[in-house]
Design a protein around this ligand. Structure first.
Ligand code: ADP
Ligand code: MG
Length: 356
């Protein structure tokens, strides 16, 4: 058991070792490419919403909340037949959007925002831990590996210190290095009874946006963490016990590099599919074509009559005829789920589902 107090930030150690700096330039390069490309997409928020469900799925999977795309499809399109797991994944995406919205209006990351994000992830208002007893255990052996700080005032003062570290405008240390430190520190504070892993991973994305490395929440580390899961847990402890920040930072920087390349690839593929479908709809269904219609078809991997009706401000009857035409031409596949007919954009769905 570890009884030492969690130190405040910044770490006393020199973090900018040669190994770190080498990996840092690779990570910055692929991140800049991702940002550069996504800056050129006019409707990137549309595109991101659908992609984000994968981060929500993966980040939840790290916590053993396992779902499939088919579950998520059902949960998103028809809330009555939803598994608890799929609901949590959908909450995660809402929390990420909410965090992004708060960040845009506050232009900083605060404890209150973190508390709100966690309440959406967990769908409860228990807030910062007040009672002792939370410990991190080895999943296999059940042995306690770490006891996070206890007491609301102690936790709040650590969060206050983290808040300062996240928002301060000092140019002496690269934000991607700080990202690794922030994730370590947040998880070590472990401010909540549950939901710390997922909230911390949302915080990672928001921090990149805060620092201007991305302008929308489009880089997702969870996929990388799943692929390198035992390292993730091992390195937390290695920082704690041996102050080995170097390997932890390199681990996170590699994750940034790999997932930026993957995100760029996926965004490019969806963007080009959007281009193809636009062209096809213009040719085959010129009367119903509009940019707004395309956006609605790509906002989520399915749509419904009400979405088209509201989104295009047309009557229900017209919306329904649009969708029938789109289905007839093979752009959508419909299915009755519960009381409603759901129209799946199969090409988008497949791009997202098979993105591994
Ligand atoms: N040894 C450790 N030190 C600090 N944080 C850890 C350690 N091991 C795991 N974690 C973090 O704790 C998270 C799990 O905490 P938890 O509150 O259960 O999150 P969630 O509910 O999102 O499942 C992991 O995803 C990881 O980020
Ligand atoms: Mg948990």
């Amino acid at each position: 058991m570890n009884m030492e107090k969690l130190p405040m930030l910044p770490p006393k150690k020199n973090l900018e070792t040669i190994k770190v700096l080498k990996q840092l330039s690779k990570a910055n390069k692929s991140l800049a490419e991702l940002k550069g490309f996504s800056d050129t997409i006019p409707n990137k928020h549309i595109l991101i919403n659908a992609v984000m469900i994968n981060e929500a799925k993966d980040s939840s999977e790290i916590e053993n909340i396992i779902t499939t795309h088919d579950d998520l499809y059902k949960a998103l399109s028809n809330s009555s037949s939803t598994s608890a797991e799929a609901k949590e994944v959908v909450n995660y995406r809402s929390a990420l959007w909410r965090g992004f919205e708060l960040l845009k209006s506050n232009e900083m990351l605060t404890t209150n925002m973190i508390v709100e994000i966690q309440s959406i992830v967990e769908n409860n208002l228990s807030g910062i831990r007040k009672l002792p007893g939370t410990v991190l255990r080895n999943e296999r052996t059940g042995k306690t590996i770490y006891t996070p700080p206890n007491g609301e005032s102690e936790i709040r003062s650590l969060l206050g210190n983290l808040e300062k570290y996240m928002n301060e405008d000092s140019n002496d240390i690269d934000p991607l290095i700080k990202l690794a430190v922030i994730h370590y520190q947040f998880e070590s504070i472990h401010p909540f009874y549950d939901g710390n892993g997922r909230t911390g991973r949302i915080l990672n994305i928001l921090y990149l946006v805060l620092m201007g490395l991305l302008d929308s929440p489009i880089l997702y580390l969870s996929k990388y963490i799943i692929r390198n899961k035992s390292e993730y847990y091992r390195l937390f402890q290695d920082v704690r016990v041996n102050e080995n920040f170097e390997d932890w930072i390199v681990y996170i920087l590699k994750g940034v590099e790999e997932t930026a390349v993957e995100a760029l690839d996926l965004v490019k593929r969806i963007n080009s599919e959007m281009g193809i479908i636009t062209k096809e709809i213009k040719e085959k269904l010129p009367k119903i074509y509009s940019k707004e219609l395309i956006d609605l078809l790509f906002y989520e991997f399915y749509t419904k009559i009400t979405y088209i009706e509201k989104g295009l401000s047309i009557t229900r009857k017209t919306a329904s005829s649009y969708l029938s035409m789109l289905e007839k031409e093979g752009f959508l596949v419909s299915e009755k789920l519960g009381k409603e007919r759901i129209y799946q954009n199969k090409r988008l769905y497949d791009l997202i589902k098979y993105d591994k």
